[in-house]
Design a protein around this ligand. Structure first.
Ligand SMILES: NC(=O)C1=CN([C@@H]2O[C@H](COP(=O)(O)OP(=O)(O)OC[C@H]3O[C@@H](n4cnc5c(N)ncnc54)[C@H](O)[C@@H]3O)[C@@H](O)[C@H]2O)C=CC1
Ligand SMILES: CC(C)CC(=O)C(=O)O
Ligand SMILES: [Mg+2]
Length: 352
């Protein structure tokens, strides 16, 4: 079990340390950890956010545990040198097009949500976000128009095959779970979304047992907090999925609770190759203070055991320990408590 640990910037190293400690406490057979520099940390040491050595460490591993990248000191750098290019580059180079972001309110933990408890209780959805296309990876730039005004531009596009393969991931997830599938787009305005919708409808013909509906992204944002029980699997593009998943995390209670798996087509001897990371960023406002909630990263390690190592029992064990820790009132500042990163990590390990 070879895992590349890429802690990154800000709270990244703090939260990955706790997830690594959880993995080590499970006495997994043949667990081998490698580490690599990414993000601002890599830029400061190597002059680039994603050094070749790090990409190689990621490639030879069976799975990657990623913290977060982002450093305000790097925000004025040319875009290709910014820390965020590390995670975008890993996703693209490693073909990790399918991003799974489960958001659920654990039974009995409805009080952690800012939503009314009867509404929060219905929140259990899986966002399937396309991860290597859309406006994030299109041509972009700034220019001066003929009028002498500055103009910024970013090209949004999806090719048919990109929509088709992520749609299959979402339909399979819906078929296995028996949940309905909602495809979220902006087809009333964007041609990219019209193509998205057309292809999703074509793919649906292969999954007659799955109930499919389509929703515009603005309505979806509203419904996630007003009627979360309407959603099972949510299929959407890179930009909309990024935004909707932060929204869903707030509805659960904190962005410090939402994990993710980024998968592609590659299989290893153990399972599906993938990158696992919390959905949050490097949180510079609390970095270095031991305040970050490590649960999203710990839950990401659970997703790694499930998808990349076929260890469902260990994944469930971790998820149950996190739920018990929350139920016991071991909460960080993000959830109105006063426990720090290390104390939360230790509490989860005690409950494994
Ligand atoms: N995958 C990645 O590496 C990502 C990187 N970023 C980068 O992170 C940097 C900061 O971005 P922001 O927009 O501030 O988003 P952020 O997710 O880092 O933080 C947003 C807010 O949530 C809080 N927060 C986040 N994670 C938390 C945790 N585990 N426990 C407690 N509170 C937590 C932060 O303190 C902050 O107030 C930027 O450079 C951004 O580009 C942002 C999102 C994802
Ligand atoms: C930093 C971005 C590239 C990514 C992001 O916000 C995310 O994946 O949630
Ligand atoms: Mg995001």
């Amino acid at each position: 079990m070879k895992i590349a640990v890429l802690p990154g910037d800000g709270i990244g190293p703090e939260v990955t340390a706790e997830a690594v400690a959880v993995l080590e406490s499970l006495a997994l057979p043949g667990l081998t950890l490698f580490s690599g520099d990414v993000g601002g940390a890599a830029y400061h040491r190597h002059g680039v956010p994603l050094p070749d050595e790090t990409l190689e460490v990621a490639r030879v591993a069976d799975a990657i545990l990623f913290g977060a990248v982002g450093d305000p000191a790097c925000d004025a750098l040319e875009r290709h040198l910014r820390p965020e290019q590390a995670i975008l580059g890993l996703r693209k180079h490693l073909g990790l097009f399918a991003n799974l972001r489960p958001a659920r309110v654990f039974a009995g933990l409805e009080h952690l949500s800012p939503l009314r408890t009867d509404i929060a209780g219905g929140l259990d959805l899986l966002i399937v976000r396309e991860l290597t296309g859309d406006v994030y990876f299109g041509a972009k730039g700034q220019r001066v128009t003929d009028d002498g005004e500055r103009e910024g531009w970013d090209a949004m596009s999806y090719a048919e095959h990109e929509v088709r393969r992520i749609a299959h991931v979402a339909f399979r997830a819906a078929a296995v779970s028996g949940q309905p599938l909602t495809s979220v787009d902006k087809a009333n305005v964007l041609e990219t979304s019209q193509l998205w919708r057309d292809v999703v409808i074509e793919v649906a013909a292969e999954y007659p047992g799955v109930t499919l509906d389509h929703m515009y992204v603005d309505n979806a944002a509203m419904q996630v907090v007003s009627h979360p029980d309407r959603f099972g699997v949510v299929l959407t593009g890179n930009l909309f999925g990024d935004i909707l998943s932060d929204l869903a995390s707030a509805a659960v209670g904190s962005i410090g609770l939402l994990p993710s798996a980024s998968l592609g087509e590659r299989q290893t001897a153990h399972g599906t190759y993938g990158l696992y990371e919390p959905i949050h960023g490097s949180a510079p406002d609390i970095a270095g203070q031991g305040k970050a909630n490590p649960m999203a990263t710990i839950l990401s390690a659970a997703m790694m055991l499930r998808h990349s190592f076929g260890r469902e029992d260990d994944a469930v064990r971790i998820e149950a320990a996190v739920a018990r820790t929350l139920a016991d009132g071991i909460l960080g500042g993000d959830l109105g408590g006063s426990h720090g990163t290390a104390a939360i990590g230790a509490a989860v390990r005690e409950r494994l």
